[in-house]
Design a protein around this ligand. Structure first.
Ligand code: DX5
Ligand code: ZN
Length: 227
């Protein structure tokens, strides 16, 4: 589906299906969409770039018919380039690669756009914002990791709020989403929104409780906390 940038920058919640019931993924995606999520975040891990293995392009393709909104696909894999076409063909709308995961970030971003997807770049907590200074014209989304990637349910790293504000300034009025990922809760989200974040990934904070009603309340609680 075509995903377009809204200059009024409404807050988007992108639940990470890493915290969903993997035995019922299609149902879980439908539930979070019915309960008001904006995007669906898919965490892809390879057991090499990060110390965990999750899902691949076949699962993204299987989920595509269950997903009416935006498939926000976060690749924690290295190398990423050989798999970009498969993730695009699987129906990804946004594909995000890690700046640290390959030698040629500029090339990877151009490649993602050439496949008809929005191009995202993720920065680990220790990676400075200057890393993306020269690729901003090739980027549709910047993802600030607020935990070290690999697992759900980790503690939010406070130092990243300053990085968000710095990147917000670098972005200026370019049509680039600023997204965060990791440890997002109604307690940690407001400072991030104040720093200029457009999209928040939340796994455990959305899926806790385990029923669609909980998901709806959990999404609403993050949005309400941000005002
Ligand atoms: C971390 C993943 C995150 C994570 C978020 O590697 O990219 O998306 O699952 O989970 P919570 O919200 O539980 O920190
Ligand atoms: Zn993620």
């Amino acid at each position: 589906m075509p995903v377009t940038f809204d200059p009024s920058r409404p807050l988007k919640i992108s639940p990470s299906i890493l915290s969903a019931d993997f035995a019922r993924l299609g149902e879980e995606v439908r539930a979070i969409e019915e309960q008001g999520c904006d995007w669906v975040h898919v965490d892809v891990m390879d057991g090499h770039y990060v110390p965990n293995i999750t899902i691949g392009p076949d699962v993204v393709a299987a989920l595509r018919p269950h997903c009416q909104t935006v498939m926000d696909v976060h690749l924690m894999i290295s190398p990423a380039d050989p798999y970009l076409e498969a993730f695009a063909n699987a129906g990804s709308d946004i594909i995000t690669v890690h700046a640290e995961a390959g030698a040629h970030l500029d090339r990877s971003l151009q490649y993602i756009r050439s496949l008809g997807c929005k191009a995202g770049v993720a920065l680990n907590p220790s990676t400075p914002e200057s890393t993306i200074q020269y690729v901003l014209d090739k980027v549709d989304l910047v993802l600030v990791m607020t935990v070290n990637p690999g697992f759900g349910g980790q503690k939010f790293i406070e130092s990243q709020v300053q990085k968000m504000a710095n990147i917000r300034k670098m972005i200026g009025d370019r049509p680039i989403w600023l997204e965060i990922d990791g440890g997002v809760t109604p307690d940690t989200a407001p400072a991030c929104r104040a720093a200029g974040v457009d999209a928040m990934v939340a796994g455990s904070a959305v899926f806790k409780g385990g029923t669609p009603e909980h998901y709806g309340r959990n999404i609403a609680a993050i949005k309400a906390a941000c005002g």
